[in-house]
Ligand binder design. Structure first.
Ligand code: GLY
Length: 376
């Protein structure tokens, strides 16, 4: 069970976001035009495989966050806007990419943020196209968006991507797109979220009948275990889905996932890589799951009508950020190129284990900026 300590957080978070800026500048200088995924021994550039191509939005996404944090009048803000545009532009062609289920991960941190700042309709059209492309993964009989691995599969991670379909549906007043997004969320909720709020990573369906067959996993310990990053994706993703749809079922799901996180995570707020991990690697944590959960809690708290409950999720998000800033920030290790230590990509494939991972960096920076806008 997470324990809370209240203190002044502004300086701690400012220091961390400033360190984040320093490390992203270092990435730009050391490896120009490179979009990393995970470190090896603290270095971004290496020959390690990537499994799937889903992380290119996170480096430019952080640049857009830095711009927003500084505000348009600061001289460094101009630098971050130029870099953010420079690193976002090459991603445009991915708006037609039908090989991945990750177009939300690519376009929400980049073109969506870009549009929020410039209100340039050509930029927003890229987001719309990505939303439409993602919706083409819809399997009518099973009522889900298929994952990148197979026609009969869904992943919990897809909950972080369905927001781009909801956004496109709302802005373009497209009921068919909205129905697809709602049905995918409903299927995910029914098949991957358990009664206790824990989540399965993957679900498999009968292609002919649409019948749900079983829970399984790619990155978690087992089909019946709770992979902590998947839980964090669910808590954040169902919050976003509620924000767009106002469907109370999705808010309820976000809350039960958040409550599972709070009651099953050690007191410092950083979970094991899988809540049911076997003894040989039970002590391995995933700081990226904590960063996503913190960002998700700060989002969820805005959606809750009960102020006490909303405050509880807010405090939890802040508490997790404090731990990340004090125990996981790489600032004490000059050779380390990432921002947060202790992230995990893929335990079974041995990729990015106890390293910095790009999504951990991005959601950490996003949560810091969000917190600082409120407490500054
Ligand atoms: N593909 C999303 C993840 O590794 O969490």
């Amino acid at each position: 069970m997470i324990q809370f300590v209240y203190d002044s957080d502004k300086d701690l978070f400012e220091h961390a976001i400033h360190f984040g800026e320093k490390q992203v500048k270092r990435l730009i200088d050391a490896y120009p035009n490179f979009y990393p995924m995970y470190t090896e021994g603290g270095k971004w550039k290496h020959d390690g495989p990537v499994w799937t191509h889903w992380c290119d939005g996170f480096a430019p996404g952080m640049m857009w966050v830095f711009y927003r944090h500084l505000g348009p009048d600061k001289p460094e803000a101009k630098f971050w806007m130029e870099q953010a545009i420079h690193y976002s532009k090459p991603l445009e062609e991915r708006k037609l990419d039908r090989d991945v289920h990750d177009l939300g991960f690519i376009f929400l941190p980049t073109y969506y943020r870009w549009y929020q700042i410039t209100k340039d309709n050509a930029v927003r059209d890229v987001v719309f196209q990505a939303g439409r492309t993602l919706a083409q993964r819809y399997h009518e009989v099973g009522q889900y968006l298929r994952s990148f691995v197979a026609e009969d599969s869904i992943f919990i991670d897809q909950m972080m991507n369905v927001g781009i379909i909801f956004y496109t549906a709302r802005e373009c007043n497209d009921k068919r797109l909205r129905d697809i997004a709602v049905r995918h969320c409903t299927t995910t909720r029914r098949c991957l979220v358990r009664a206790d709020g824990s989540t399965a990573h993957e679900g498999v369906f009968d292609l002919e009948t649409g019948e749900f067959l079983r829970q399984t996993t790619q990155q978690g310990f087992r089909g019946d275990s709770c992979w902590s990053r998947g839980l964090a994706w669910a808590l954040y993703g169902f919050s976003t889905s509620h924000e767009y749809s106002r469907d109370p079922r999705f808010l309820h799901t976000a809350e039960v996932c958040a409550d599972y996180y709070i009651t099953h995570t050690p007191p410092d707020g950083v979970p094991p890589w899988d809540y049911n991990a076997p003894p040989e690697n039970r002590s391995l944590v995933d700081s990226s799951a904590a960063a996503i959960a913190a960002a998700g809690m700060l989002r969820l708290c805005r959606l809750i009508a009960d102020p006490m409950k909303g405050h509880f999720y807010w405090s939890t998000g802040i508490h997790i950020l404090r731990t990340l800033c004090t125990k996981y920030l790489a600032s004490g290790d000059p050779k380390w190129e990432g921002i947060l230590k202790g992230g995990v990509y893929h335990v079974h494939k041995g990729l990015g284990v106890d390293e910095s991972v790009m999504w951990g960096e991005y959601f950490f920076v996003e949560a810091l900026e969000e917190a600082l806008r409120v407490i500054a």
